[in-house]
Design a protein around this ligand. Sequence first.
Ligand SMILES: Cc1cc2nc3c(=O)[nH]c(=O)nc-3n(C[C@H](O)[C@H](O)[C@H](O)COP(=O)(O)OP(=O)(O)OC[C@H]3O[C@@H](n4cnc5c(N)ncnc54)[C@H](O)[C@@H]3O)c2cc1C
Length: 469
Amino acid sequence: MAASTGMAALADCRPVPYWLDQPDAPAARPALAGGTGAGLAVIGGGFTGLWTALLAKERDPAADVALLEARTVGWAASGRNGGFCSASLTHGIANGEARFPGEMATLMRLGRENLDQIEATVAAHGIDCGFERTGELAVATAPWQLDGLARDAAAARGYGEDVVEFDAAGVRAELDSPTYLGGTWYRGGCAILDPAALAWGLRRACLDAGVRIYEHTPVRSVTDAGHAGLRLSTPRGTVHAPRVALAAGCYQPLLRRLRRYLVPVYDYALITEPLSRPRLDRLGWRHRQGVGDAANQFHYYRLTSDNRILWGGYDAVYYNGGRITHAHDQRPQTFARLAAHFFETFPALAGQVRFTHAWGGVIDTCSRFCAFFGTAYGGRLGYAAGYTGLGVGASRFGANVVLDLLGGEPTERTSLRMVRTKPVPFPPEPVRSAVIQLTRASLARADRHQGRRDLWLRTLDRLGLGFDS
Ligand SMILES: Cc1cc2nc3c(=O)[nH]c(=O)nc-3n(C[C@H](O)[C@H](O)[C@H](O)COP(=O)(O)OP(=O)(O)OC[C@H]3O[C@@H](n4cnc5c(N)ncnc54)[C@H](O)[C@@H]3O)c2cc1C
């Protein structure tokens, strides 16, 4: 029933990311032509690159900053995500406590400050990106998930987070789904926003601050040009810069060492047409929280400013060999599954609402589920990557780390174990594909068997390894 309703609701979908499919998308800046210099060259115009450029100008308004983007600013993960802007730098408290024990109080504080500063920047630059600090509602849809919710809520409270716990009736009073058995509302730690509008707003703020932005300008190579700095070669020009920030997400041909740590995982999302007021009232959702369920294969969903529902997640797909291609942006079997799950969650909307857009994108996944950082070329190139599906907020922190590292002076951030250590590398192909597919199958099995983790997952847990979107 939900499956056929879902298929019907998908019939007229546009196969492009909703956020990027807007009439007010900015026209591209001209590509770099000829030779130029810069004090800081930023490679990549996603959130990490945009924040790096903007923060560099905030630190030193006289800084000469150039940003080079292979396509257009925000076209990749940054402009096509769920728009959950979380305070968490560590992909949740449990993951952070497991990997950086003793450091979590600091990481929680830095994460809160980071989210506050994103909110302040959005306000200061008048960025119209539908920023709403709604918090996040975690919901249990199977009895085995309730213990985990309670544990996570207690841990968050221990760090001074504003947490409200609900039983089934309580959570359904927030948002009415017959699948809910309990929930936790983390009130301050997350905002929802329009990610493409944020990227375009940051782009505008960079331009206003004097950053030179070159779009359709892929950097083909980085070489050491001695006293002239690092030399970035693009199809029609070159940049010489003493400092380079590599903010290229999952696209890492420029620094081979990063390929060991990153795998491209495809994540998919749908969005509905705007819900009428009576339909939305039937669901409740007065506090408009971003929502995530507590399964291993989880869904995330939220309202937009005009009351569409964005619904994504569940399948986290690694294509064997790790190829990134436009063809993978569409996956009809995942869209059908997502649509069916949507109507199982909200049966009151069956036959009442259609999806308008269906899309996918690449998540830069690493084995510790949160960003890692480093330098190359004797400290003249800094990088941040590996946000593993939680980079909308954390990318601003990553940008600050990159600038700290390039500055060469120790800071509170650069002294963190999180910044000084790297994730465990993935094995090379074809073992990489085999290991990832085995892990995905085990996670799906755990969801079907009351969360019981099999020998493979328990072994990975002991080794501090994992796979996530
Ligand atoms: C479907 C989906 C849903 C997600 N949902 C959420 C969410 O709700 N909340 C959340 O926190 N995170 C989410 N994420 C993850 C989040 O989008 C990313 O963590 C974040 O956008 C990473 O930003 P980035 O700048 O590091 O990378 P990207 O946005 O990938 O940007 C990298 C940029 O570098 C450019 N580039 C690469 N190589 C070169 C080169 N050689 N020369 C010039 N330019 C180059 C690329 O063209 C690209 O524009 C989601 C991701 C996806 C795909």
